[in-house]
Design a binder for this molecule. Structure first.
Ligand code: G6Q
Length: 540
């Protein structure tokens, strides 16, 4: 699809750049009183104001033309239909099936995947309810009070992000703890406060072959068995979420205590599968259903809204505009919600693992730059840290500001201050402050340049009523589809992640050397470079 970048649509978009670059957001707003209400879109409980972007109405039309020319609609429909669009792994990409309504039907390879999804959801519901009600008891007869979720990457980031986002929905009598890192400090901290008699460990691993997860799970199992003095305690305190029943059984978890999912769910797209089990236990199955409904709202919007009004398409194409035409390298996500503190980290994986690619679907070098660096922190904390660079640095960093009309706490004054800051930031970034304005304030000439703000720093503002389970689901699906659209435009496979493999293989080799009687000699014999050899010597 790299012909896209020599197509008339793309050429027209590039030509539009010089028109827009010679204007300013100040002028564009001053000359067009309805800009702030017109360049907006709404759907699935989300309101997107994209008027503070470096675009005109013509730019938007051209971006939509490029999306259409890239085949976004065709590829979207192929994904939802279960075609094997993950071509390097020969798989369908069907995270959208995880939230299809009960009774829908989608047959892939002779199986109704929606029926399978709902059968698993029903088992999860029964289990979650029994843990929440205290009916499920540990080996010594006590109800569960702590859930330790062990998983990493896609088997951790979603649940951990959502558990924090939905803090007000969490059961009072349960605490959720997440262990991911192979740094033993992570497990150590989790076990330090947990009581083995009342702890349930949920081991989440799609492959059940991930060294971090299996090592943490093995040590957690030993901790439990040592404390309770009985191997027979394991079935009451360990459950697994995986696609690999054989490895779960080999590990020593009864497959009756296993919740499955499928090859067609990518790790970073799996929080709405059984990987969300801990979350479901925490917030309860009804709220988990609302969470799924939020994903579904966006799926429906993505499939039905015209491209020019389609939230994920607009956000994706603005990203393409900045990455490929303006050549901005990074993108910030700035939630004005402390409960969304882990959302930028979640999106880093979703976006950078999906679109951090240098070859096209057919293996040719890509024609243009692909995924940007994605980063962020919640406001207002970020304002007191890195916003200086966004306002006055030499790089322009397009940013998504995310805010909520109503807080889910009673501190109304806090919420007004938070909201004022959110709104002030996008205003300051868009319109800046000219040297003349600074001088008019009586500022000393020597300081005028320091106190001038260039403006024209593009932002989206994404608003929702409140951070409910449904909105959390909608936000995730919004970004999933944004990433998908960009992957289509760049013609990369957004659903593989070969880039993580080499480091894993080399770590296995070095681990063998560290485990040997003489690591230095083993490293020497392995033929490492002089830097790695010296580092091994110092670390062993
Ligand atoms: C996600 C990636 C990766 C994966 C982890 C954990 O899309 O594939 O982050 O989720 O490596 O893998 P397992 O779930 O198989 O342990």
């Amino acid at each position: 699809m790299s012909e896209l970048f020599s197509s008339p649509e793309w050429q027209a978009l590039r030509a539009n750049h010089s028109v827009v670059a010679s204007a300013s957001l100040r002028e564009m707003f001053a000359n067009d009183p309805s800009r702030g209400t017109r360049l907006t879109a709404e759907g699935a409980g989300l309101y997107l104001d994209f008027s503070k972007h470096l675009i005109t109405d013509e730019t938007l039309n051209l971006l939509v033309d490029v999306a259409r020319e890239a085949g976004v609609e065709v590829r979207r429909d192929a994904m939802f239909a279960g075609e094997p669009i993950n071509n390097t792994e020969g798989r369908a990409v069907l995270h959208s099936a995880l939230r299809r309504a009960e009774g829908d039907e989608l047959v892939v390879d002779g199986e109704d995947v929606v029926a399978d999804v709902h059968a698993t959801l029903a088992r999860m519901r029964t289990f979650a309810e029994s843990v929440r009600s205290g009916e499920w008891v540990g080996h010594t007869g006590k109800p569960i009070t702590t859930i330790i979720n062990i998983g990493i990457g896609g088997s951790d980031l979603g649940p951990v992000m959502c558990a924090q986002a939905l803090r007000p929905d969490m059961a009072d009598n349960l605490s959720l703890v997440f262990v991911s890192n192979i740094d033993g400090a992570d497990l150590d901290a989790a076990l330090a406060t947990a009581d083995p008699e009342t702890t349930l460990v949920v081991v989440c691993s799609k492959t059940f072959g991930t060294i971090e997860t299996l090592t943490n799970a093995r040590f957690a199992r030993t901790w439990l068995v040592d404390a309770l003095g009985d191997e027979a305690a394991v079935p009451k305190h360990f459950v697994a979420v995986s696609t690999n029943a054989e490895r779960v059984a080999d590990f020593g978890i009864d497959t009756a205590n296993m919740f499955g999912f499928w090859d067609w769910v990518g790790g970073r797209y799996s929080v709405d599968s059984a990987i969300g089990l801990s979350l479901m236990i925490g917030i309860g199955p009804d709220k988990f259903d609302e969470f799924l409904a939020g994903f579904r709202d966006v799926d429906e919007h993505f499939q039905s809204a015209p491209l020019a009004e389609n939230l994920p398409v607009i956000m994706a194409m603005l990203g393409v505009w900045y990455r490929n035409v303006w050549e901005f390298a990074s993108h910030a996500v700035l939630p004005y919600s402390n409960d969304l503190a882990r959302f930028p980290a979640y999106l880093q994986q979703l976006d950078m693992e999906s679109n951090g690619k240098r070859v096209t679907r057919s293996g040719e070098p890509v024609a243009v730059d692909t995924g940007p660096i994605v980063w962020g922190e919640p406001g207002t904390n970020g304002q007191h840290a890195f916003y200086q660079l966004i306002h006055q640095g030499t790089s322009v960093i397009p940013a998504d500001f995310i805010g909520f009309v109503k807080p889910r706490h009673d501190f109304d004054e806090h919420h007004r201050i938070l909201t004022a800051n959110l709104l002030a930031q996008t205003e300051a970034l868009a319109f800046g402050k000219t040297a003349d304005e600074v001088r008019a304030e009586g500022v000393d000439d020597a300081l005028v340049n320091h106190k001038t703000f260039p403006g024209n720093r593009p932002t989206s503002t994404l608003l929702a009523d409140a951070l409910t389970p449904r909105i959390v689901g909608a936000l995730i699906a919004l970004y999933e589809h944004k990433v998908f659209v960009q992957g289509v435009v760049w013609d990369v496979n957004s659903f593989d992640q070969w880039g993580v493999e080499l480091g894993k293989v080399l770590a296995t080799n070095i681990l063998n050397e560290l485990n040997s009687d003489d690591p230095v000699a083993a490293a020497e014999a392995a033929g490492h470079d002089s830097s790695t050899r010296e580092l091994i010597r110092r670390m062993s």
